[in-house]
Design a protein around this ligand. Structure first.
Ligand code: TRP
Length: 333
């Protein structure tokens, strides 16, 4: 039996370079080796967007286009829409018994997200408990491996705890998953902030036009201590160089730019021009594939439907085992 991957994204916006290095790249790299399921987590997205559910529909489509554009192969990887697998909500409810309020309150990613969102009417229970629903996402597919960005590690840890409790209490049927981080666990935002985030507006999207990429790069944050191009500059912690390290395949050029930057013999503009070129070369084929699929919406819908059908079949099988293990499988006829 090949090992299985499950990972996913909230369809709140198209995906950006942070998603690519954190997780998408690993999904594409491993889709031949692993039985791969990719979840479009619209129910999770709803937990802080329930007042504007209509924004999700368009983004389910956009996120699918991003997957296909970066090379997710629908013949190998199954793209599943979360809300079309109702078994997930059932498992979430069962898992709620296995998690304490205190554990949720300690989850650092959740704490951070709650702070960012500034919920004025109080924290919705749905949002606050989404780590439990995410544990259901991962376990219902019996995933071994979860390719994610660094911010998701507390969710995987929470999942592992639930699985251990479930298996001990009822029957050893669930799999304790491992996280797989990208080769860069966290890509900084164009503003130098800790990560790319839609709400901050510091992202370069996979579908951005060359003009948008140029504009984003040219206004990027660099070394705040460097006033003149002749000042010696810092390369470490400078997001422009972080991006060069990740996206510029010409390593000799990157080393030369770093060297001259440290000596104060290259200006920010040249370093950024080279980054624009590297990113454009990287994004051009992605944008082209995105456009090809965008022109065939019916095909995209079929891909989602077929992936979801296969995902749901697997989820139903797991729930059958879960109900047996919990001894709540009654014969009603
Ligand atoms: N919480 C993830 C994010 O914000 C999305 C997600 C939902 C997910 N379900 C998942 C990721 C299951 C990995 C596995 O990006």
């Amino acid at each position: 039996m090949p090992k299985r991957i499950l990972t996913g994204d909230r369809p709140t916006s198209p995906l950006h370079l942070g998603h690519y290095v954190g997780s998408l790249q690993n999904r594409v790299r491993l889709q031949d080796e692993y039985d791969t399921f990719i979840l479009i987590a619209d129910i999770q997205a709803l937990t802080d967007n329930f007042e504007r559910p209509e924004m999700l529909e368009a983004n389910v489509f956009e996120v699918t286009l991003d997957y296909l554009a970066v090379g997710v192969d629908p013949h190998k990887a199954k793209i599943v829409v979360q809300s079309m697998v109702p078994e997930l909500t059932e498992l979430t409810i069962y898992f709620m018994n296995l998690v304490t309020v205190a554990t949720l309150e300690r989850n650092p990613t959740l704490k951070e997200e709650i702070k960012q969102r500034n919920f004025t009417k109080g924290i919705p229970v749905g949002f606050w408990s989404y780590p439990i629903s995410q544990a259901a996402d991962i376990t219902i597919f019996k995933a071994d491996l979860v390719p994610v960005g660094e911010d998701q590690l507390p969710m995987i840890e929470q999942t592992r705890e639930i699985v251990r409790r479930f298996n001990r209490l009822y029957k050893k049927i669930l799999i304790e998953p491992r996280a797989l981080l990208g080769k860069v666990a966290r890509l900084p935002g164009t503003d130098g902030g800790a990560k790319m985030s839609k709400s901050v507006g510091n992202c370069i999207y996979l579908g951005d036009s060359p003009e948008q990429v140029r504009q984003r790069v040219m206004s990027m944050f660099t070394d705040p201590t460097r006033i003149h191009p002749t000042d010696p500059g810092h390369v470490e912690g400078n997001p422009v160089f972080t991006y060069h390290d990740v996206f510029n395949p010409d390593k000799a050029e990157v080393e030369d730019l770093k060297d001259r930057y440290r000596k104060g013999t290259v200006g920010d503009v040249e370093v950024k021009e080279r980054l624009v070129k590297a990113l454009t070369d990287f994004l051009d084929p992605i944008r082209a594939r995105r456009a090809e699929f965008a022109a065939k919406p019916q095909l995209v819908r079929e891909i989602i439907n077929e992936g979801t059908r296969q995902g749901r079949a697997l989820a139903q099988q797991t729930m059958d085992e879960v109900r047996s293990a919990m001894k709540i499988k009654y014969a009603l006829d």
